[in-house]
Design a binder for this molecule. Structure first.
Ligand code: A2P
Length: 334
């Protein structure tokens, strides 16, 4: 690949920093890199390949001469600036939810639907973190036995809500240990030593009783898998973990799959590592998945409540495969 001129929009954020680290680590052929964030961060220095580079303010003219832009600066910023970038001939890989359900924008997990990259018109959407790790595991099972229904409950890390959320978890944890009353600012309730079944924390519940994160898992799964018939029910929960989303997933398939058959299929699946030896207490853990690009699956067993059902536990680093790594993998395919 010839070296590319790259921009990272939202470079000062948790995911933006991971994007830079992943570009570096995977030796992405970068000719030059532009680091963009809000006016607040103008002049801040960030390291890339050992060099201190200044952060520039993201504006409508930031993308002249840029070939690939990785965006992780929130939905409204993406809505405003991605079209400007595309107009200037740049291809945007956007980590926000702004474009995901737009019919003219491919929603891509390279292990699942890399072919969809071809029909982009300047913007490619990176799916929701919880959806990415789930479909990486479910696609090979879908190909083998056709998924009919998925029931998922998530245990999502606080880093998915950004830097300020991590600070709040740390501060609340200290407060509880020191016997002070923990203060909830970003989260609607105490997150330290607690679980909150509302993601994102700032959104109102929809009329159907679901959160937008839950509906993302429903709708994005169908779009990425290219199958509107898959029925999905999601409950998304924030837990006091720094990094690594965990998911309890139950599936019903048209053709029966035994746990052994599922393990054999997943052992050969790209981006998936089977970690499943309950006799030795081996199963995926957020603490072990953090920092790794793969998606881990274990506790694969029959769902005793359904003749064609399987239950499993899926874990991945939400900032890597759930965000930065998936975006860079899309850029590599480009
Ligand atoms: P800044 O640091 O200047 O606020 P996180 O989700 O970890 O909080 O990161 C969000 C990222 O999006 C940050 O890099 C932030 O920059 C950037 N960002 C937020 N709002 C804007 C905006 N209006 N224009 C450009 N960048 C923005």
């Amino acid at each position: 690949m010839t070296p590319k001129t790259v921009a990272v929009a939202g470079a000062t954020g948790l995911v933006g920093r991971e994007m830079m680290r992943v570009l570096e680590e995977r030796n992405f052929p970068v000719k030059s890199i532009k680091l963009l964030a809000s006016a607040r961060s103008k002049g801040t220095k960030l390291k890339f390949k050992g060099e201190d580079l200044p952060v520039e303010e993201l504006t409508e003219t930031s993308f002249k001469g840029v070939e690939i832009a990785l965006f992780s600066a929130g939905g409204s910023t993406s809505k405003k600036f991605s079209p400007c970038a595309a107009k200037d001939g740049c291809v945007v890989v956007d980590n926000s939810s702004a474009w995901r359900m737009d019919d003219t924008v491919p929603l891509v997990v390279p292990e699942v639907n890399a072919a969809d990259i071809k029909w982009h018109k300047g913007i490619i959407a990176n799916p929701n973190c919880s959806t990415i790790q789930m479909v990486v595991v479910l696609k090979p099972l879908h190909d083998a036995a056709k998924l009919e229904r998925v029931i998922v409950s998530t245990y999502q890390a606080v880093s998915g809500a950004g830097i300020k959320a991590l600070d709040e978890l740390l501060e609340q944890t200290k407060a509880v240990i020191e016997g002070r009353k923990p203060e909830a600012i970003l989260f609607p309730h105490q997150i330290a030593f607690n679980c909150i079944p509302q993601i994102p924390q700032s959104d109102a519940f929809a009329d159907n009783g679901y959160t937008s994160e839950e509906m993302k898992m429903v709708n994005e799964t169908k779009k990425i898998m290219g199958d509107q018939s898959i029925r999905v029910c999601a409950t998304t929960v924030r837990v006091p973990v720094y990094t690594g989303h965990s998911e309890s997933v139950n599936i019903e398939t048209e053709k029966k799959l035994t746990p052994d058959e599922a393990r054999a299929i997943l052992a050969n699946a790209p981006g998936v590592i089977v970690k499943d030896d309950p006799s030795r207490q081996v199963y995926p853990l957020a603490s072990e998945a953090a920092g790794h690009g793969d998606t881990f699956v274990g506790r694969i067993r029959e769902d005793l409540s359904h003749p064609h059902g399987l239950a499993m536990w899926i874990v991945s680093d939400n900032l890597l495969k759930g965000a930065a790594l998936n975006a860079v993998q899309i850029a590599e395919r480009l």
